[in-house]
Design a protein around this ligand. Sequence first.
Ligand code: SF4
Length: 109
Amino acid sequence: MTVDWRGPARPLPAGPWQRGQEWMTRAACTAPDVDPAWFTVEESAPGAALQIAKAKTVCRACPVKLLCRIHADETGEYGVYAAETYTERTRRLARWRRLQHDLDLEASA
Ligand code: SF4
């Protein structure tokens, strides 16, 4: 069987645990009873809410959640990372950028 690795135009991660960084080996999502699909499901897909809720439950007990959040913020990868969906992360980062912009304006006044 031939596997096509090219995939869709918007890359979906196989999961943070497969990116080769040491901390990822300690991730709660590497447990054998955790389904990687919970983390990579398209947010608008039917049944996504339940899968995302399962992913977030795993994340909340993860010992490397902070490192995972930094990784997700830096890479902008799609999926649930550190108990945040892509949409939630994007909105949080936009709020931070607006706050930084406001602080910069205050500092320059
Ligand atoms: S915080 Fe969640 S997605 Fe990130 S490494 Fe831990 S279990 Fe995996």
